[in-house]
Design a protein around this ligand. Structure first.
Ligand code: ZN
Ligand code: ZN
Length: 78
């Protein structure tokens, strides 16, 4: 399962070029993560993350797509 390019593009536009993470467990940011991202950096600086994992029944929809910087993405348990 993977997000379509259109879904990722829309989610990236929603993000405003910034990591969308607001997890309180991440001590390197309070409230929303300040990491600035550009669209071309996917795979190196950020990834499209399933808010609800596919294993838990999450789908490849826009609402379930979260733009996360690699630091935040890697810190979230699979
Ligand atoms: Zn982040
Ligand atoms: Zn985070």
């Amino acid at each position: 399962m993977a997000f379509s390019p259109e879904t990722v593009k829309k989610a990236f536009a929603r993000s405003g070029g910034r990591c969308e993470c607001d997890r309180k467990a991440h001590t390197w940011h309070s409230l929303r993560c300040p990491k600035i991202l550009t669209e071309a950096q996917r795979g190196t600086e950020w990834e499209a993350h399933h808010k609800i994992s596919v294993d838990a029944g999450g789908t490849d929809t826009f609402d379930n797509c979260e733009i996360l910087c690699m630091r935040c993405h890697n810190a979230i348990p699979k």
